[in-house]
Design a binder for this molecule. Sequence first.
Ligand code: 5GP
Length: 212
Amino acid sequence: MYKDFTRELVIDFDPRHRRSRSGIFFVVSGPSGVGKNTLLSYVLPKIEGIYYLPSLTTRPMRPGERQGFPYYFVSKETFEELIRKGAFLEWKRIHTGDYYGTHLQTILYALENGFDIITDMDVLGCQEVRRRFPHRVITIFLVPPDREELARRLSQREKDGELIEKRLARWDMERKYIDSYHHVIVNDQLERAGQELLAILGSYTQPEGEEG
Ligand code: 5GP
């Protein structure tokens, strides 16, 4: 699937999901391996009208991933051209130097047109978007039960010990930002953490008095 990211949005919004207020931008942070994608895949089908906003990245696709979820996978050349053309709200080089960036035009469209979106972003990107849209951004930090459990989850996915160490070291940096987030969820058990996330999202998006 090819998209011209200089012109097209990364989400196809359904006008039925338009709210009669500005859109809300939910940002989920958490270390690599904490289970963000699994949690989002569990929660998103259970809540209508919150769109997952895929970032663009140059990192290789992993098993179980596809074009558009959790990312649009593009080449380094394409990504750098998009940077030059101002296509990103923010972008970062993370871990092994791969690029990750958030598509500016889609966010502006969503916020202005009353669509709620949720995306995954590292702690530094999260600080930036919060400064840019102080009244529209709700931040959620997903944390592992403890560092040992994170190391265990990372080693299931990654065999290269050096890469695991890099990701754990990044977690030691990221955890210092926890207190600046609106909500913190411990990802100890998928269903429990999922229900907590659903309750948080619902508390902002469900009109008062409406159930479900
Ligand atoms: P992973 O490669 O494990 O999917 O993600 C690595 C890191 O990149 C995670 O911390 C994730 O939150 C972050 N990330 C994903 N998309 C973006 C983005 O668009 N901007 C920023 N700043 N970080 C991102």
